[in-house]
Design a protein around this ligand. Structure first.
Ligand code: URA
Length: 286
């Protein structure tokens, strides 16, 4: 049986009747044979870009009280392919700016050509510091018009997910994107554009100083793990990476717009978001 929170999340994702899926659920809980609170893999990773991870530890999900800690199964280390480009050529120096000054710096940024086509920069929903941080890819059309992340169709799905877990946008979490200006026609951000924004992203993470970071989709994951990374290889576990000067807990999941295009992946997103809620509770209790 699902508990109240798992059930609310199930409904928020529009996964349908729960009784039909019970065997499926049991299967997926059995598949991911692991439990909880101890790091099971530790891996040294050579950092070659400012935000590439230095070390990663991982936990696997789902956790069930029925599974004992003796059933830990080692997961292969996260492969990280570091890029060889230095961000210092393009990123403005924002290391000492506070939150408001950083926002102003973003608003007047001309570090890449996206400044010519944007209506608004999109800095954040929420402030620093915050206990939970969500990182998306880049603003879409609605976000560009309103200057706020995740207010379009995928934003509505994300808001439903968050509300089902009793996270309140603008209250106990902050949402940002890896890049702050809309790429024309919502194309994928170019590497140069991501690099131009990297200083802002890193300073935002430093100031927000979250207990837990959720990376939504591939560009967000690549911005912290190094490129290229498949979501399927990173999701379903808690990583510990050194980002913006600290070891941080990170969970990777599918981007909500991908879930709208591929509803069959929502079941996996349900597992990831259950993991987010449980991990957040644990981290807060520490
Ligand atoms: N997709 C994103 O990644 N970010 C937004 O702000 C909106 C859509």
């Amino acid at each position: 049986m699902l508990n109240e929170r798992q059930s609310a999340l199930w409904n928020a994702l529009g996964l349908g009747p729960q009784y039909v899926q019970r065997n499926e659920l049991r299967k997926c809980i059995e598949e991911a044979k692991c439990n909880v609170v101890k790091p099971i893999v530790q891996e040294a990773v050579k950092p070659s870009i400012p935000m590439a991870p230095k070390a990663t530890k991982e936990f696997v999900y789902p956790r069930t009280s029925q599974v004992s800690s003796s059933s830990f199964a080692p997961i292969p280390p996260t492969p990280v392919k570091p890029t060889s480009v230095s961000s210092s050529l393009t990123a403005p120096n924002v290391k000492n700016l506070d939150w408001d000054a950083l926002k102003l710096a973003v608003e007047s940024c001309h570090a890449c050509p996206l400044c010519n086509t944007r209506n608004n920069t999109v800095f954040s929903d929420g402030r620093a510091p915050a206990e939970l941080l969500l990182i998306g890819e880049a603003p879409g059309q609605e976000e560009d018009l309103q200057g706020v992340p995740f207010v379009g169709r995928s934003g509505k799905l994300l808001t439903r997910i968050l509300e089902s877990l009793e996270f309140k946008r603008g209250e106990n979490l902050t949402i940002i994107n890896t890049i702050k200006c809309r790429p024309p026609q919502n194309r994928n951000p170019k590497e140069t554009e991501s690099l131009a924004c990297r200083g802002y992203l890193e300073r935002q993470i430093e100031l927000i100083d979250p207990k837990l970071i959720v990376l939504l989709g591939r560009p967000a994951s690549e911005s912290l793990f190094g490129a290229p990374q498949k979501i399927s290889a990173l999701r379903g576990r808690v990583h510990q990476l050194e980002v913006a000067g600290k070891i941080r807990h990170i969970i990777v999941s599918y981007h909500p717009s991908y879930l709208l295009r591929s509803p069959e992946e929502k079941r996996k997103a349900w597992i990831d978001w259950c993991l987010v809620a449980d991990t957040f509770d644990e981290l807060k209790a520490k």
